[in-house]
Design a binder for this molecule. Structure first.
Ligand SMILES: *Cc1c(COP(=O)(O)O)cnc(C)c1O
Length: 392
């Protein structure tokens, strides 16, 4: 028997999406393929709230999406501004360094959001516009922290700075509000296996006209991920190589499901489920890694465990004894925190089962919690959903 997963990606796949992915072979040079591809691209554009973005979907993952973003828009030695405040923002920086980019890194505590005010100072001081791109991780999946992308845009605009704004939305897009046009995002990157509730296998990118224009002058090598080849092919309803047809069909169906539920309703559901998980953590007396309630992620909660306790044992016990997967602490949080992923195909009832399960693991391993305390705290949140809706 199968339990839902509580890792922050890959997420649970609803049955109707799994069926949409399971397709017989078809000719990807036929009109049948174009009829699958076009609505999938249009669906992504609507999910990221853009009227004008060019959406490109590559067979890859979110990380491949980053590589595509960097290699298509930047040249060796270009200066890039980034903050390191968790494992995923760290990995972006590492990738940029390996591409020979000149990194200006703002170090921030793991648990803090991207320091937008520091970015504003750096951008204002960069009078000669040496910085070519600003990289931001919208939702740091390692720490459960959401950063303010609108504030990064304001910092760029206040400095009159032309740098491109590249945003990792891998664990936010489709689950938390993401406003590509309003925030002036030049490239939004995500993958198929988080908010879109699909198996892994797609790098999904939305590109502003400025990002598409930057491809012409950027000289980093790229071939498989060349935006122009993909854009030219997709404009004709084609692919520059063999497309993952089933995943693209699933993407179309997933976008329809999100848009049918209503994006604002999807975001409210994630907020409510996250509020319940946070109430449970508070009832257990365990702090979140996120240091400011204004930055709490609605897709993943990283929960600290007491000093001297190995948080990995909780995750291991949940998997081996109860057949339920949670996320481990990553990087410097390894052993010090565990993560509950609550994004994608997730309901109040599913979240309650996860909270109940990890609570059993805590009791089994001798953490001083009272069985049922986290569940009851979450129930209190979920019972009042009608009142929450009325107040919203
Ligand atoms: C999952 C994740 C990634 C990595 O995506 P892959 O699809 O595993 O390559 C990158 N950034 C964030 C914020 C993520 O949550």
């Amino acid at each position: 028997m199968q339990n839902p997963v509580f890792i922050p990606g890959p997420t649970n796949i609803p049955e109707f999406i799994r069926k949409a992915v399971d397709m017989p072979t078809l000719d990807h040079r036929s009109a049948t393929f174009a009829a699958i591809l076009r609505p999938a691209l249009e669906g992504v554009r609507r999910v990221v709230k853009s009227d004008r973005a060019e959406v490109l979907v590559f067979p890859s993952t979110g990380t491949g999406g980053w590589e595509a973003a960097i290699s298509n828009t930047l040249s060796p030695g270009d200066r890039v501004l980034a903050a390191r405040h968790g494992l995923f923002s760290h990995r972006w920086i590492d990738m940029c360094e390996r591409h020979g980019l000149d990194m200006e890194v703002v170090e921030a505590p793991w648990g803090a959001a991207l320091p937008a005010s520091r970015f504003a100072e750096i951008l204002a001081a960069d009078k000669n516009h040496r910085i070519k791109a600003v990289i931001a991780t919208h939702n740091e999946t390692a720490t459960g922290v959401r950063s303010d992308i609108a504030a990064v845009r304001r910092a760029l605009d206040a400095a009159g700075h032309p740098a491109l704004l590249l945003v990792d939305g891998v664990s936010s897009i489709g689950s938390m509000d993401f406003r590509m046009d309003e925030w002036g995002v030049d490239i939004a990157v995500t993958g198929s296996q988080k908010g879109f509730m699909l198996p892994p296998g797609l790098a999904i990118l939305a590109l502003s006209p400025r990002a598409m224009a930057a491809v012409k002058s950027a000289t980093l090598p790229r071939c498989f991920f060349d935006f122009r080849d993909m854009a030219d092919a997709q404009a004709k309803g084609l692919y520059p190589y063999t497309p993952p047809v089933g995943l693209l069909n699933g993407l179309h169906v997933a976008c329809n499901a999100l848009l049918h539920e209503g994006l604002e309703a999807v975001f409210a559901r994630h907020r409510r489920i996250a509020d319940g998980v946070r109430a449970a953590a508070s009832a257990w007396g365990l702090p979140l890694c996120a240091d400011d309630p204004a930055t709490y992620s609605d897709t993943v909660s990283a929960i600290r465990t007491p000093d001297g306790f190995d948080a990995n044992l909780l995750v291991h016990r949940a998997a081996t004894v109860y057949g339920t997967f949670f996320g481990t602490g990553l990087g410097q949080l390894s052993g010090r925190a565990f993560r509950i992923g609550h994004l994608g195909s997730m309901t109040d009832a599913m979240a309650l089962s996860g909270i109940a399960t990890i609570e059993m693991c805590m009791a089994d391993l001798g953490l001083p919690i009272r069985l049922g305390s986290g569940v009851a705290a979450a129930q209190d949140v979920y019972r009042h959903r009608d009142a929450m809706r009325a107040a919203a």
